[in-house]
Design a protein around this ligand. Structure first.
Ligand SMILES: [Zn+2]
Length: 297
């Protein structure tokens, strides 16, 4: 059975300051991973990074987006994914074709792996960034250690991937009142964390979010908010492609023009292609917009 759709669910425990997010991605994932040349381990890293970005986007309370950016000194050069508070996702990975791709953080012997977690406002300005060392046995463990240690937010993360779909579960104890209430929150979180540790990848991928919560927490009162749709959507545009060409410089743009009669910029995220001819390139480097090329957009 496959999840009915691509979605994100927020839930919370009625009796304590413990909340969570469940994410299930199928079509969105398949569009993110549209490139068929991603090696198996690269796809797995990308699936985990994409799922994590959606879990964290489910955790923010304002209009904006969350990106997860993984860099290592190994054959896995970069894995990036972002998800907006409205559920728009995209992602990409880069790797060295002739190098070994690590299967888990434990394979990175030189401690070169680092994750950047960035929360942006809708306007594009960064609101918050955390640097998360890649450690432990998995990406999920790296984030758990980071949130619990650096942010004092006890957090439990489970990620699942079967090649076709990915899914994730996040549980977090959120700051509440002090005293007895704090003890109650901590005890409930500890209980929920231990129970959530029994969830299997297949359950996260195959069961509905309602079924996952019932299977894990049927003894507690857990409220599930309405589903939020998640979809693949790229933010590339002809303007952004033009900006990239400007940054590359006129000489390179002209060289490509001479050779091909056209300069094209292909978006890594969605494979969208933007083509510019000699008139476009002249206009770009004079800096004044020409009505001829505008009319063709
Ligand atoms: Zn694009």
């Amino acid at each position: 059975m496959e999840p009915a759709q691509d979605h994100l669910f927020r839930f919370y425990f009625e009796e304590a300051n413990v909340r969570g997010v469940i994410v299930q991605l199928r079509h969105t994932w398949q569009q993110i991973a549209h490139r068929d040349d991603y090696p198996e381990h690269v796809r797995r890293w990308l699936a985990q990074v994409a799922t994590a970005s959606a879990l964290f986007a489910g955790d923010i309370k304002f209009e904006g987006s969350v990106s997860v950016h993984l860099k290592t000194g190994s054959g896995l050069r970069l894995v990036f994914a972002e998800c907006s508070s409205e559920g728009r996702m995209r992602g990409v990975a880069r790797w060295h074709a002739d190098a070994v791709i690590p299967a888990s953080p434990a394979d990175l012997t030189d401690a070169s792996g680092v994750l950047a977690l960035t929360v942006m406002r809708e306007t594009g300005e960064p609101k918050w960034q955390g640097l998360v060392p890649l450690e432990g046995n998995s990406l999920a463990e790296s984030f758990e250690a980071y949130f619990s240690r650096s942010e004092q937010l006890p957090t439990s993360i489970h990620l699942a991937f079967d090649g076709q779909s990915c899914a994730g579960l996040l549980l977090q104890e959120v700051p509440g009142e002090g005293g007895i209430a704090r003890e109650r929150d901590a005890a409930m979180y500890e209980y929920a964390r231990a129970v959530a540790a029994t969830v299997t990848e297949r359950e996260l991928l195959d069961l509905t979010p309602e079924e996952v919560l019932h299977r894990l927490f049927h003894e507690e009162t857990v409220r599930l908010n309405e589903a939020q749709g998640v979809r693949f959507e790229c933010r590339c545009s002809r303007d952004r492609a033009e900006h990239i060409l400007r940054s590359i410089g006129e000489d390179e743009a002209r060289a490509a023009l001479d050779e091909l009669g056209m300069v094209t910029v292909t978006c890594e995220f969605c494979n969208g292609t933007y083509a510019f001819d000699a008139i476009d390139v002249s206009r770009m480097f004079i800096g004044s917009a020409s009505p001829i090329s505008n009319a063709r957009n």
